[in-house]
Structures are given as structure tokens and as C-alpha cells.
Design a binder for this molecule. Sequence first.
Ligand code: GDP
Ligand code: IMO
Ligand code: MG
Length: 420
Amino acid sequence: MVDVLLGLQWGDEGKGKIVDYFAPQYDIIARFQGGPNAGHTLYVNGEKIVLHQIPSGIFHENTINLIGNGVVLDAVTLKKEYDKVSAFGVDGRKNLFIAERTHLILPTHRALDKASEISKGNDKIGSTLKGIGPAYMDKTGRNGLRVGDLLDKNFTTQYIKLRLKHQRMLDSFGFNEDISAWEEEFFEAIEFMRTLKIVNGEYFVNEKIREGKKVLAEGAQGSMLDVDFGTFPFVTSSSTISAGVCTGLGIAPQKIKEVIGVTKAYCTRVGSGPFPTELHDETGERLRKTGNEFGATTGRPRRCGWIDLVALDFACMVNGVTQLVMTKSDVLDAFENLSVCTSYKIDGKEAKQVPYQICKVPIEPQYQSFEGWMTDITKITDHKDLPATMKQYIEFINNYLGVKVSYISNGPGRDQIIKA
Ligand code: GDP
Ligand code: IMO
Ligand code: MG
């Protein structure tokens, strides 16, 4: 049996914290897409740690953590992260597994990401520059190198061949930064990776499912960054939605049971692209400050705005969300008034659907106002103790989406979560 946990907005919904919370209920936590563009923040013994490649179940001793074939893997980031979690007493050689079909991010992919962004000028995607787009291009273009290739004695020859191809592309961009230091690090990290548990991911996970083990698929990014259904071209390069779990792990759709969608109580986005409810005023600034909205991977300030139910409804639809987790609700504790976007006005007409032209047409979000709860909720542990005004806010969202918020996260800490 497989459950899925993924972000419903533009990423950074707090997925890492929620996976860490649910991890004891599962035998396996598996990443199925994305790469080191992800930054999932966890608190372990009160100490903050940000994971980019390793699944967020790594701090639970008896949990298997699988990097699935749908991920793109940066060996250098993995090695650094491995050392970081080892310092917490984690034995990665025991509970970290990597699928052999997982594609590798090469130093030239990172260079190509940078060269491509520079060439776009003002139209840049706002990529994290981790080489995600170029690595997925080499996957679908049938050129990429995979983790299983590391065990092949011709790996270096294959690498040199692909590197030459990339060099021609970099030359055409006029990109001439020296990447030899990156390459040195890369080959060191490749040596290290050869010592890890490399498995046939699809047999590995399906055998566990047959044995009755429970799998939680951990999404990265968010549904509005999905390569098909997000705000294209301002998206990432993978399938971030629940369908990505099947291709990203090699499991059949009937195996998926719960789809847990994570949303903030408001909304953020980092990087370029449309964001209908973005606030460019003091309220936006206040959300950023109170919510500490700065990227976990790049440190960039996140753009902030009110919760967008049109986009959330769309995300619930394409994912088949069965339950919601609302995070960062405490960030709204001291806001006198709250707004919830219930429709878009496009060309004078009201719409409740996300338009194909979202990147091109001006959208006027229509809001319903709510009274704020003006209460510190961070220490509340029981749903019955939540302020009535907050319950009304959540009830409205439940009714609009037709999916229930079953957990409310009221702080970054491991125990700050309330069952509804
Ligand atoms: P992810 O990429 O979805 O895992 O999210 P990030 O880790 O990038 O960003 C979420 C940020 O919000 C992190 O700094 C978390 O520690 C923090 N966080 C998560 N849940 C809550 C919450 O309920 N309240 C507050 N105040 N912070 C939270
Ligand atoms: P987590 O898993 C927020 C954004 C980038 C950029 C776009 C494309 O922490 O939620 P890419 O590097 O993938 O080519 O960037 O996607 N982006 C994210 N935004 N959270 C993330 O991951 C993101 N991963 C990528 O900012 O706009
Ligand atoms: Mg993040």
C-alpha cells in the first residue's frame, strides 16, 4: 500500500516537516521526483536541518529511505547531506537506498542551467541553478547517465562523451566559466556513491508492498510547478503530481491509497511566474517576515500572498487529494483580517478555473474576507481549543474544496501539529 504526500502550491508548503511527522506510520519513505532544487526543513532534537536529496524519513531508525528512479541526483549534494545526517547518528548505509535507474546531475548540467537562465534575461525561470532542467532534458532526450552506470567500468568514457556534447552547447551559449573544481568534487562523490546501497528500485519497492509494508511517497516542489499542469514555462521539469509516483517509483496506480495534499494557510512562490494572489504591499511584507519566508535552498525571499482556492481546487483535482494538511497557520495568528481567493476575474468575467493563459492574461483575484483569530495558537494541542474564528476559516476551505483539512500545523516543531 502506498500513500502520497505532496505540495499543492508552488513548493515550500512544509512537506519535510509533515513527512517527518508521519514517518513512524510507514516502513518506507520514497522520493519520486525532483532533485536538489528541493529544500525540506526538519527539526531534529530542536536542531534545524534542510534535506535536498535524502528523503525526510532518514531520522527514523527503522524507516527505509528510497531515492526513486524519477529523481535526478547530484552526487556532490548527496555526499554532503549524507555527512550532515551522519553527524546526527544516522547510519545511511543501513537505511538509504538508491534506484539504479535514477538519473545523475553532472557538473555540466549545472553549468547549462546557469547559461540557459542568463540567456533568457528578463524571461528567466528563476531556476535554483541546480541543473534540474538540463538533467531531465538528457533523460527524455535519451542521453543521460544513471546511477546504475556508476557500476560500469566504462562510466568515465560515457561521462567524457556526454561532457563533450554539453561543452558544444555551453560554447553556443558563450559560457566559459571554469568548472574543473566541480568535476573534481563530482568524481570524489561518485566514488562515495559506489559504497551506498544501489538497488533495482521497482522490484525493491514492489516486493516490500507485497510483503505488506507501507510506503509514503514524498513529493518535492508543488503541483503548480508541475511540468504539465503548472504555470508553464515557469515550472520545474518533473511530474510533481500524484501521477508522478507511478513513473517515479515503478508502482501501479491501484496501489495508491491516500493522497495527502499540503498547503500553507496562505501562499508563497519563489522564482518567476504568475502568482494571482501575490501581495506587493505591507501585508505581503508582513507575511514574509512573520512566516520567515526565505528559500531553504537558495535563501531568496519568497513572494507572499493570500490562499488561492481556485489554484488549490485545481491541484486537488489533478492529484486526487483525499485529505489536506494546513501548515503555517500560526503565521496568521496576529492578522486582524484575512482574505481567501474564491474566483478570478479575467476580461471582466468571473472564473473558477485556472486558465491555460495564466502566464499571459491579467487576473484579478476575487476575495472573501474573514475575521482573524488574533490568538497565539502555537501551544495548542487539541482541536477543540482552537479559536472559533479559525475553525470558520478552515471550514470554509473544506467546503469550497470538498476535501477536509485533517491536520493543522501550528509551528515548525516536530510536535506542533493538531489532528482536526
Ligand atoms: P518544504 O520544501 O515543503 O519541505 O518546505 P520548506 O522546508 O522549504 O519551508 C517550510 C518552512 O516552514 C520551514 O522553515 C519549516 O521549518 C517551516 N514550517 C513548517 N511548518 C510550519 C508551521 O506550521 N508553522 C511555522 N511557523 N513554520 C512552519
Ligand atoms: P521544495 O521541494 C519552491 C522553483 C524555482 C523556480 C522553478 C524552476 O522545497 O518545495 P528548477 O531549479 O526546478 O529549474 O526551478 O521552480 N522551485 C521551487 N520552489 N520549492 C521548491 O522545492 C522548488 N524547486 C524548484 O524557484 O521558480
Ligand atoms: Mg522547500
